[in-house]
Design a protein around this ligand. Structure first.
Ligand code: DQA
Length: 144
């Protein structure tokens, strides 16, 4: 059984902690990573946790998760959620199930955040719960 979760983070999420705290809170990405590793360990799963500001790198990492036989990919594609057909195509091309996560709830924000391309390739979307979105996504991935 595959036992690794890929948890991928897109642009500007490296700035969590100070980035628009009224929307995203003050939890840093390093704190999210630590909580994810801990939560996954409880399910007997390991975590490959990454962040990039580059769209193509996210595509490469989705391919890598496929080749590595990951159990699932949890992805916060950040702004690329709303723009990237390349991420949608990558999500459809790979075998590991994709779970979309967001700290905020894009549906309740500007209209341009209502469309999610990666969501069209995802088995679930967990949003609006801050760090809790990632934690719930790990529970969902473990249950797959
Ligand atoms: C986000 C929501 C996106 O609309 C936004 O572009 C982000 C973060 C979230 O986690 O709430 O960068 O994905």
């Amino acid at each position: 059984m595959p036992s690794t979760l890929y948890i991928l983070n897109g642009p500007n999420l490296n700035l969590l902690g100070t980035r628009e705290p009224e929307i995203y809170g003050t939890t840093t990405l390093a704190e999210i990573e630590a909580a994810c590793v801990e939560k996954a360990r409880g399910h007997g799963l390991s975590v490959t946790f990454r962040q990039t500001n580059h769209e193509g790198t996210l595509v490469d990492w989705l391919h890598e998760a496929h080749v590595a036989g990951a159990k699932a990919v949890i992805i916060n594609a950040a702004a690329y959620t709303h723009t990237s057909v390349a991420l949608l195509d990558a999500g459809k091309a790979i075998t590991p199930p994709v779970i979309e996560v967001h700290l905020s709830d894009p549906e309740t924000r500007e209209d341009f955040r209502h469309l999610s391309y990666i969501g069209m390739a995802a088995v679930a979307c967990i949003k609006g719960k801050g760090l809790g979105s990632y934690i719930e996504a790990i529970d969902a991935a473990a249950a797959l």
